[in-house]
Design a protein around this ligand. Structure first.
Ligand SMILES: [Zn+2]
Ligand SMILES: [Zn+2]
Length: 346
């Protein structure tokens, strides 16, 4: 179904028509979507409007269409492929890498590739706040090793510049590690200095730090540590947090219970504040609560369980931010459907 009226100008003609049995992007534009009810069955064109109108009535005043669930998708074949891959699985939000994750150095992002990506985002109506690029796993912006620290800082600046060239406003990365050689406070200082330096070298991208599971010497296993970084960042408008459900569970929040969920939400509010929450990584956990192991599991198959995710899908404090799946089997289309089926009143 068309997402824009034909009278509206486009920067480029649509390259790929959306199939009718694929979900529309109408949730992103805030309009009710018939595909939200039954994303699997083909929708005939002439019934779409009627269904949409029905849903408008049904959905008004509810949170039904304010959750934007997507997944970490591949950039193989070009960054714009991420957008196409997201459309193919019915994603309403996108997680992606910006470049190959295996090496420090990467060839510069060329203008054509960036333009293709921006065009794809426009065509399929993915606004910047629903796209969360994930930083290189090689980064340790709090490293005790001067060489690693320097490389990490250069890489952070490079990745933020890539985001700006792609028209993206968020950039998610893991805070870092003391490697057991410096204190947590020293590490927080280094991470914040890395962020402050990168902010000075770039214009507007928000650096989104991720909560971790408290494994070994990694920083970010507690909300206090994330707060410690935010406190040290000069431009508070350019720092945010991505909450990974698996990491939070492994760090000790028993998200399989209502009590645990509310405790986590309350502590997030008290220690960090919801204005800093920019995204969710939606992963079940292979490990038990408090295990401090970063082992993602498919939704409903781990220790958080479907009931745990039902609470995330129905809390209005989590509206209008990207929910990114990073689960092992990568059957993301099914998992997106599963998560939307948890929304109450559907
Ligand atoms: Zn991550
Ligand atoms: Zn993880």
């Amino acid at each position: 179904m068309p997402k824009k009226k034909s009278s509206e100008p486009r920067s480029s003609p649509p390259k790929k028509k959306q199939k009718l049995d694929q979900p529309s992007s109408s949730r992103r534009s805030g309009k009710p979507s018939s595909s939200g009810i039954n994303r699997k069955s083909p929708v005939k064109k002439n019934t779409v409007k009627k269904e949409a109108e029905t849903m408008k009535t049904v959905a008004s005043g509810r949170t039904t269409f304010k959750k934007f669930v997507g997944a970490h998708v591949s950039i193989a074949g070009g960054l714009h492929k991420a957008v196409e891959n997201a459309v193919d699985i019915g994603a309403e939000a996108i997680g992606m890498f910006l470049k190959s994750q295996r090496q420090w150095a990467s060839k510069p992002l060329d203008d054509k590739a960036a333009e293709k990506f921006r065009e794809a985002c426009e065509e399929h109506q993915f606004p910047p706040h629903l796209i969360l690029p994930h930083g290189s796993y090689l980064l340790n912006c709090g490293s005790p090793n001067p060489e690693t620290l320097q490389k990490s800082r250069e890489s952070l600046i490079d990745e933020l510049r890539r985001c700006e060239k792609l028209g993206l406003s968020l950039y998610n990365f893991h805070p870092g590690s003391t490697c057991g050689e410096i204190s947590v406070e020293q590490c927080l200082d280094r991470i914040a200095t890395s962020i402050n330096q990168a902010h000075r070298k770039t214009k507007y991208v928000i650096t989104v730090i991720e909560n971790m599971c408290g494994q070994g010497n990694t920083i970010g296993g507690s909300f206090e540590e994330l707060r410690g970084i935010i406190d040290r960042v000069e431009d508070k408008a350019r720092v945010g947090v991505c909450l990974d459900t698996c990491h939070a569970f492994a760090a000790g929040y028993d998200l399989n219970t209502a009590q645990g969920f509310h405790r986590m939400m309350e502590e997030f509010k008290k220690i960090i504040g919801f204005k800093y929450l920019k995204a969710l990584h939606v992963n079940d956990s292979k490990g038990k609560c408090g295990c401090h192991l970063d082992r993602h599991e498919n939704i409903g198959k781990g220790h958080i369980g479907l009931e745990g995710f039902r609470r995330f899908m129905n809390d209005p404090k989590l509206n209008n931010i990207p929910f990114i799946l990073e689960t092992p089997e990568c059957d993301y289309g099914k998992e997106i459907d599963k998560l939307y089926s948890l929304v109450k009143g559907k």
